[in-house]
Design a protein around this ligand. Sequence first.
Ligand code: GLY
Length: 483
Amino acid sequence: MSFFSLLSNPSSQGVRDLVNCLVLGSGGREHALCDALAHASSCGKLFALPGSDAIAETTGTFCPNIDDTIDQRRVLDFCKRENIGLVVVGPEQPIAEGIADLLMQHEIPTLAPGAKAARIETSKAWAKDIFAQAHIATPRAQVTDSHKEAQIILARWKELPVVLKADGLAQGKGVVVATTRRQAEKAIEQAMVEKRFGKAGATLLFEEYVEGEELSYFALCDGEDNVRFFGVARDYKRALDGDKGENTGGMGAFALAPPLGEHGSMEELAVRESIVLPLLRRLGKKAEPFRGILFLGLIATRSGVQVLEANARLGDPEAQTLLPLLEGDLVETFLAAATGNLARQEARHLESQQTQRTFNFTEAVHSVTVVAAAKGYPAKPQTGSPVENLDRIEASPDLSLFHAGTRLQDGGKDANGKMRFHAQGGRVFSVNARGSSFAEARTLAYKTLQAIDWKEGFYRKDIACDAHTSAFVKTCHAVLKFS
Ligand code: GLY
């Protein structure tokens, strides 16, 4: 991956100010972010809170508080102490809790929306209202916060499957596609009686099931009506091959650069004009301008594209799939988005480099990510087992290993200098491979996974298996049909 290539001659642009950066989070997405930022030519010191052993070891990021949770006041103090000029927030929880509001009040540029705009992710019921007000196509839904009413809605619901969604944040586990009434009753019971998702499941959505191919679409937004296309990927949400098993945070993904055409192409323009911009305008009116990464869950149906959900961050494992496809100085681009300067930055680039793009996609690269999880994930992952050979993967420019839930044990290295990682979490690591075809990228990803010795883990064997067919291309064409 070459993040340096876009800035062909930095000296011709004068001396750059280096920006100290902080990434919040500790998972695979944050590992990919640290990897990308570490290669940006404007990056000064790079920190992660809490970060992880692997992020520190493999990207040179400083992770001084690995065992801590993300406490807002401490993050603020840390930013002041380390003269942080850009904060990139990975996970949804700190965004929901208003970390960007606090940091922006103190004039610390932060790539994440405020809590009010993040409601687009933190309340699915509220998001449905916004979609309706913005005239964005979305599956029909009914909302209730009463167990009794939920039972009545189900009794009257005509078609199966029915999709049940917890209103709030449930770590990707709050969605059930119920193919029988019994399954739907169980999902209602778990959310509203057993309170499996706490407050997040106190309100439930019953949503019409629509068929089609799902896509994760990303746009960089600067809160000033400027939007940059940031890629599209396909995520595999179910735990097991053949889309069986429980919903997870994501077990793998694939992407093609540039998948929906380059920035400004007809395809991307259609999504931007018909969905992204109306949504941002409505959000600005009903809440506050959205600044950060907008992540839309789209579904390409026979009758056009609909929005399933909107999120306020990068996806995981989509980040591990898309970030290795990007070239350019991401610090500069993220900073422009965080400070409302995307348009100005593009104009500056156009003047100095005859190109409007401050970052670009590598050319026609196929990217495949496979996630390895601890057995028992997502319900009860077994933690603590050693994962051998993680540091022995053959280095290749087409390969990246991103840790999501590992710890270095017993001082980290054995007598031979080998790093000893143990599993500590549900999704433990992911392998991303790039190639000139999906088949090539898949082969490299799976060959690498086979070389890693982890008996207590599992991964899906069919990630991107369907990518070589025209399904993905068809989906992109379906996006074209959107009007
Ligand atoms: N992979 C889906 C998500 O990050 O929400």
